[in-house]
Write a protein that binds this ligand. Structure first.
Ligand code: C2E
Ligand code: MG
Ligand code: MG
Ligand code: MG
Length: 292
C-alpha cells in the first residue's frame, strides 16, 4: 500500500501546481506517436448484478501500451490528452471501438448487455460530439439503448444550459446518462431533477472503507435512498471485498463494479468471463434484478 501510494504520487500530473514536468512533455510528444502506432487499447470491466453476479455490462477503460514504459494508466495520460485536445480523437475512437466490441459480446452471450463509456469534459463540449456518437452507433449497428455515457458532475456544471441541450440529444439517441464519481464533484442536487440522468455511480472513495466507516455507510445509504426516490439505477464502484458487497447489496444497490467481481481486462478475457458467467448464471442463479 505505502509503495503504491508513493508510486501514484510521483505519477500525478498537476500542471496547475507545478507546470508540466519534462516527463509530461516527453509523454505528450510520445502520445502523438502512440496514436499513429496504435498503442492505445481498450480494457473492459464487468458491471454485475449484485445479487446474482451475472454480468450486465462493461465499462470501457482506456490503456496505453508504451513500448518501453509499459502499460501507462489513464490517470497519467487522460489529463494530458484533455489539455492538448487529443482526447477528442482518442475518445471518438474508443466510443466506436467499444460499440463494435459490445456487438460481439452480445452475440456471444445472446442476451442484453450494455457498454458504459467515459466522456471527458472536453469531448462533451466539442461541437462534433453528437456526430461522433451517431457515427459510432451507425458504424457498429448498435442500438443506442445499449450505451451508457458516463460524465462527471464537473462536466455538467461548466455550462449547464449547453449540457442540458446535449444530454437531451443524447437521450434522443436512446443512450443513457450516468454520473460518474457521484458525490465527489462540485454540483447541486438540482441537476438530478433538471437533467435526463439514469444512473449514479457511487465513487470508490465512499466504498473503500465500508462497512467499518459509519460516515461512508451514511453517504452510501443516502445516495441509495435518493436514487430510489428519483428512480435512478446505482452502480457501486470499487467493490473489492465480500463485506463491501454484502453491505451495498443489503442496502438495495443493484449493480456493482469492482475487483471482487472482475478487474478491467482485454476483450478476449471479457468474452471468456461472459461465457463462464452466462453459463453459471443459467444453472445456479436466483432471479436477477429487473433489467435496467
Ligand atoms: P472511472 O471512470 O471512475 O473508472 C473507474 C476506475 O476505477 C478505473 O480505473 C478502474 O480500473 C478502477 N477500479 C474499478 N474497480 C476497482 C477496485 O475494486 N479497486 C480499485 N482500486 N480500482 C478499481 P482506470 O482504468 O485506471 O481509469 C481511471 C480513470 O481514467 C477513469 O475513472 C476515467 O475517469 C478515466 N478514463 C479511463 N478510460 C477513459 C476513456 O476511455 N475516456 C475518458 N475520457 N476517460 C477515461
Ligand atoms: Mg467511469
Ligand atoms: Mg468512477
Ligand atoms: Mg474516477
Amino acid at each position: 500500500r505505502a509503495k503504491d501510494t508513493g508510486k501514484a504520487r510521483c505519477l500525478i500530473y498537476s500542471p496547475r501546481l507545478n507546470g508540466p514536468s519534462e516527463h509530461d512533455i516527453s509523454l505528450e510528444a510520445a502520445m502523438f506517436q502512440a496514436v499513429r502506432e496504435g498503442e492505445f487499447l481498450l480494457y473492459y470491466q464487468p458491471i454485475v448484478d449484485a445479487r446474482t453476479r451475472q454480468i450486465q455490462g462493461f465499462e470501457t477503460l482506456m490503456r496505453w501500451k508504451h513500448p518501453t514504459l509499459g502499460l501507462v494508466p489513464p490517470v497519467r495520460f487522460i489529463p494530458i490528452a484533455e489539455a492538448n485536445g487529443l482526447i477528442n480523437l482518442l475518445g471518438a475512437w474508443a466510443l466506436k471501438a467499444a460499440c463494435v466490441q459490445l456487438r460481439q459480446f452480445q452475440e456471444v452471450a445472446q442476451r442484453a448487455l450494455y457498454m458504459s463509456v467515459n466522456i471527458s469534459p472536453r469531448q462533451f463540449r466539442n461541437d462534433k460530439f453528437l456526430d461522433v456518437l451517431d457515427d459510432a452507433l451507425a458504424f457498429s449497428g448498435l442500438s443506442g439503448d445499449s450505451l451508457v455515457l458516463e460524465i462527471t458532475e464537473g462536466t455538467l456544471m461548466i455550462d449547464p444550459v449547453h449540457a442540458e441541450a446535449i444530454l437531451v440529444k443524447m437521450t434522443e439517441r436512446r443512450a443513457r446518462i450516468a454520473i460518474d464519481d457521484f458525490g465527489t464533484g462540485y454540483s447541486s442536487l438540482a441537476y438530478l431533477k433538471r437533467f435526463p440522468i439514469s444512473v449514479l455511480k457511487i465513487d470508490r472513495t465512499f466504498i473503500k472503507d465500508l462497512p467499518e466507516s459509519s460516515k461512508d455507510a451514511a453517504i452510501c445509504n443516502t445516495i441509495l435512498d435518493l436514487a430510489k426516490h428519483l428512480n435512478l439505477s446505482v452502480v457501486a464502484e470499487g467493490v473489492e471485498t465480500e463485506e463491501q458487497m454484502h453491505f451495498i447489496e443489503s442496502r438495495g444497490c443493484h449493480y456493482v463494479q469492482g475487483y471482487l467481481t472482475g478487474k478491467p481486462m482485454p476483450a478476449h478475457a471479457a468474452l471468456a468471463a461472459l461465457s463462464e458467467k452466462t453459463y453459471a448464471a443459467l444453472v445456479t442463479a436466483p432471479p436477477a434484478h429487473e433489467p435496467r
